[in-house]
Design a protein around this ligand. Structure first.
Ligand code: ZN
Ligand code: ZN
Length: 330
């Protein structure tokens, strides 16, 4: 075992190596399976709405981005991208809405999830559904290449940005009533694309069309491509010390991507401890989303933060004796 582990990880390891306690397999309560369900058989097809959205944003970004470039527009793009990825995608959609790995006031959760919608990939239910189905598929003994990112990179890019998969026998997705019956989340889901509009108007009034192109269109395209790219690498390349027995797909930690992904690149850790609010478990694993949670916790806006040792033990989880890298580890 590595000697430079943080105290956190050492505690986690000893906890999980402490046999004799009750073990159970990890399950997601929102995914309802039956015996016919399988993650392998299905077809990938072009999504009209995704294609229209992504390709029109790409066109506006390439043409408009070139014509309207300015230093201030670039700053708007960088700041707005960092805010929406960190507070919206990572803390709002992923760590709060999907994994409920911390608690916060409802108004703050709504605001974070709204920022998550602004990333421009999906609304709250769509994001949760896509995430849960992929995670479920990756835990099966075999799954479609769409879920495992095992096709060549260009085909995977095409699939993940503008296509959908339709499984022949999918599990049923059933979100908690606290989300599915929530009127504001229903509205956010229905109008997730339109939530850009007030921000576009604000940017236009402050900095003209260049700020709109860079703050909205370029940001959405770069965030969507980045989201796919990190998903591709985090299931194909990198290193890992945790192994999920029986899963067809393992997650990998991508070194050097901690800051740019807000901590989401520590995907081997996430496969091992999906409910943990902390993703960068080791000392040298930067996790900006976690840093923000710590600040919010200090000022009393976040509480009940879940860590790996708070989670039920998993019988299928093994800590590898040595961290392994696949041959193309980055
Ligand atoms: Zn994964
Ligand atoms: Zn997750």
């Amino acid at each position: 075992m590595k000697t430079n582990n943080s105290l956190m990880t050492q505690q986690t390891e000893s906890f999980y190596l402490n046999f004799g306690k009750q073990y159970q397999r990890y399950t997601n309560k929102r995914i309802i399976e039956n015996k016919k369900c399988n993650a392998l058989d299905g077809d990938v097809s072009l999504s009209i709405s995704k294609s229209f959205w992504f390709l029109s944003m790409s066109f506006l970004s390439i043409v408009g981005g070139y014509l309207t470039f300015s230093f201030s527009a670039l700053v708007v793009f960088l700041v707005f991208t960092a805010i929406t990825l960190c507070f919206g995608h990572s803390l709002g959609m992923h760590r709060r809405l999907i994994h409920q790995s911390y608690e916060c006031p409802k108004w703050l959760e709504y605001f974070f999830v709204h920022l998550g919608c602004l990333v421009g990939i999906a609304g709250p239910t769509g994001m949760m559904n896509t995430h849960d189905l992929r995670d479920w598929a990756q835990r099966q003994s075999e799954c479609h290449d769409y879920f495992s990112h095992k096709q060549v990179i260009w085909k995977d890019a095409f699939w993940q940005t503008i296509c959908d998969i339709k499984l022949e026998n999918p599990p049923r997705f059933q979100p908690e009533e606290s989300y599915s019956q929530d009127k504001l989340y229903q509205w956010m889901e229905r109008y997730w694309m339109w939530q850009q509009l007030p921000w576009a108007i604000l940017l236009f009034s402050l900095g003209g069309i260049g700020w709109v192109i860079w703050g909205i269109c370029v940001r959405i395209v770069i965030s969507t491509i980045g989201h796919w790219l990190i998903g591709y690498f985090a299931h194909n390349h990198g290193s890992r010390k945790w192994h999920i027995e029986g899963a067809s797909v393992q997650g990998y930690n991508i070194k050097f991507a901690g800051l740019i992904t807000m901590g989401e690149c520590w995907h081997n850790n996430h496969h091992a401890f999906p409910g943990s609010a902390l993703l960068g478990l080791e000392k040298n694993q930067s996790d900006p989303g976690w840093w923000v949670l710590q600040i919010f916790s200090k000022i009393g806006l976040v509480w009940n933060i879940v860590l790996p040792h708070d989670l039920p033990e998993r019988m299928e989880l093994t800590c590898l004796q040595n961290e392994v890298s696949n041959k193309d580890a980055i």
